[in-house]
Design a protein around this ligand. Sequence first.
Ligand SMILES: [Zn+2]
Ligand SMILES: [Zn+2]
Length: 323
Amino acid sequence: MAAEIFSVAFIFYKGGHRFMNKWRLSRRPSMIEDESLEGFLVRVSQINGYEDIDDHSKFQYHYSPVLNEIKNNKKYILNILYDLAEVLTGQEIIRRNHDRKYLSSRGLLFGHGCVWYPRLTRYCPLCLQESKYHRIQWSMIPVLVCDKHLCFLRHKCHECDHFTNLKATITGICNRCERDITVQYDKVTREFLFEHPFLVNIDYLSDKRVFLHLTGENLFKLKKWLIFCIVNINDMKKKSLWIQYSTKSTVIRITDFDIEKINDYLILTDNLISNWPENIIKYANNNMILEERQHFINTFFKRKHSYGNMDIINFLNRIKVNS
Ligand SMILES: [Zn+2]
Ligand SMILES: [Zn+2]
């Protein structure tokens, strides 16, 4: 299947010179190894003087003639942004950005990867001090800390509190108040990371590495499911976060744009999953009344999913057998 897609893309790439030349931009930087596709497109646009294109939400409007022509000329469209980047720069992108495809197809990317997630752009201030482009790992949902600099990823300007957009990660300057967004950062210690191992970006690009006897992908599914079940209980009282879990696709849909709440839940579920299954049982005992606890346990442990491998009983069995 993958080979087929690549060969179609290659034919398009080789055979579409006239069509491609028409839209090709004059300045064509290369894509950096760990650069996100959306960040690259914003960077290319900015370098060529299209200052209005400061975020991935602008591609559709500003590049609509190119996008329409791609749609008319191509039989198979995997992700039209790959094609757009290839047409604008004359470089082959799909094969080079394979990690992004892997993460995106598993629902691991914020905003830029999947329409269900909030459109947020995070960044590491210290990475930006070194070089200014948008790293793919900043979009990864479970990643809260830059593993290179041991500091929390940010998503807001420290001066005016405005959400950063992709242009800000390319210029290092706040898109509202124009102050330097790279000067403020919060370091974490190695001990903290040791206690919160899932916060660091090390294992999500490989489906071979296991933790708690789960693959990274399954662990993430488990976390999403756990967040859903906890929010469902909390939601009866305060409606803090609107969240929907599809048993068909194992995708969680989060419509609240407040990243801090989502971060809080990610940290909470990290803690609950560690020392399995004691922490989670303790949490249920200490934080839920009997009725809530029964509902939570029934939902989280007993519910069978109609599609995929999202079977908690299965997770539990494996953990018990191995521990
Ligand atoms: Zn960094
Ligand atoms: Zn600002």
